[in-house]
Design a protein around this ligand. Structure first.
Ligand code: C5P
Length: 402
């Protein structure tokens, strides 16, 4: 039995909404408390009366009605739930979620929540396969949203293919999995992630930097958060959006990154994924350096930046129990990564070959070799989101065994 775990079920506007009625019934039989938001389009397929009768609760539909009711606004609806489930999640609802729109009660509640979210997509096969839906799906996964289905089969529109909402019993079992005590194995632990490049100013208009999109670090922060760790992300300049539920500090230089890490408190886990610039200008010019009439280039005097990974790895009472560094190499990956593990004093190194032909820099996939005291694990090529999930699970097994 689910001992009163609370589900906020958002019923979108698709023919599969009729299956959501059965979902409510099955969830209640399993001991869940179910509260429902019915979108306007959803109400074209199932009636508020059916939803209210099956859930045994009032049905919520309109954002502005709620705003006048101080006791149960959209924030309270989310606060009051252990898990939000959107079923059916239509192409439109997924697009609005991926965009962060807040144009009705369902979208606003999904945007306002810091609770885990599960979606059960259902739509016409061509809508599911459309590039826009693929993009939205990958954004949602990156944001830590869990996805069940859709299943392949015959569809209400007469076509055949993936697009049918997962069956209620499959959704119930996904919900149970997400709410099982072992589903958030890092709960109670604090994790620090550094990500992105650092920019070291030369003068007010120029800087030195390493190439880095921040994608891998942001995905790791989201994955650690979804396993329950209280996660702090310290990021250099990056176009990536802050992962939901992750406290994100944006910095520019290596010195600022170190200061933000040291000022963020004590951690159990530190993952240094940032591509920190090795040097900064010894003397940064406060004015733009002008070209010289004699054609001579200015001599830039560099000084070494603090090594954040090395600093965090120092033995002592405040050292995180697990410190993980990255080694992005173009040559002799194994040898250089092993050397880095010893030199930096960290526990694991996540090594990857970033030669230009691999397309890893700025790309969406990665091939990882994980170095630990026990040896090397060669992981198959996977997306950066999958690498992050894999690493977070690996971290969870470390803490389960220690
Ligand atoms: O640049 P390098 O190859 O030494 O980076 C290896 C690891 O050290 C990475 O995890 C990187 O985030 C970390 N690092 C750091 N501070 C630096 C340089 C590197 O935390 N100044």
């Amino acid at each position: 039995m689910a001992s009163g775990k609370r589900i906020l079920l958002i019923i979108g506007g698709g023919i599969a909404a009729y299956k959501s009625l059965d979902l409510i019934r099955k969830l209640r039989t399993e001991g869940f408390r179910v509260r429902c938001i019915l979108t306007r389009a959803g109400a074209q397929f199932v009636t508020p009366l059916s939803v209210a009768s099956l859930s045994g609760d009032k049905v919520y539909s309109e954002l502005f009605d709620l705003m006048s009711e101080a006791e149960m606004g959209h924030i309270e609806l989310s606060r009051d739930a252990d898990l939000l489930v959107a079923a059916p999640a239509t192409a439109d609802l997924m697009a609005r979620m991926a965009q962060g729109l807040a144009d009705d009660l369902a979208a606003t509640t999904l945007l306002a929540t810091d609770k885990p979210v599960l979606i059960a997509p259902a739509m016409n096969v061509r809508m599911w396969e459309h590039a826009a839906t693929r993009r939205n799906l990958s954004t949602l996964r990156r944001d830590g949203v869990a996805v069940i289905g859709p299943n392949a089969g015959e569809m209400a529109c007469g076509e055949f293919g993936p697009g049918r909402m997962a069956e209620p019993e499959e959704i119930v079992s996904a919900i149970k999995g997400l709410l099982a005590p072992g589903a958030r194995p890092l709960a109670g632990l604090r994790a620090l992630v550094t990500s992105g490049p650092t920019h070291e100013p030369i003068d007010p208009v120029r800087y030195i930097a390493n190439r880095s999109s921040g994608k891998q670090g942001y995905a790791i922060a989201a994955a650690l958060r979804s396993l329950g760790a209280e996660t702090v992300l310290v990021s250099g300049p990056s176009g990536e959006a802050a992962p939901p539920g992750v406290k994100t500090h944006r910095v520019e230089t290596a010195c600022q990154m170190l200061e933000a890490c040291l000022g963020a408190g004590q951690f159990d886990i530190a993952v240094c994924a940032a591509a920190v610039a090795d040097w900064r200008l010894a003397d940064q010019s406060s004015r733009k350096i002008k070209k010289r009439a004699d054609g001579r280039a200015p001599a830039l005097q560099l000084t070494e930046n603090p090594d954040i990974l090395h600093t965090l790895s120092q033995p002592g009472a405040t050292r995180p129990r697990l410190v993980i560094g990255f080694a992005a190499e173009t040559d002799d990956l194994g040898v250089n990564a092993r050397r880095k593990l010893e030199k930096k004093g960290c526990d694991w190194i996540v090594a990857n070959d970033v030669s230009p032909e691999t397309g890893i820099m700025g790309g969406d996939s990665n091939t990882i070799h994980l170095l630990t005291a026990e040896g090397v694990e060669d992981w198959p090529a996977m997306s950066k989101t999958e690498v992050a999930r894999h690493l977070a699970q690996r971290i969870a097994s470390f803490f389960a065994q220690s």
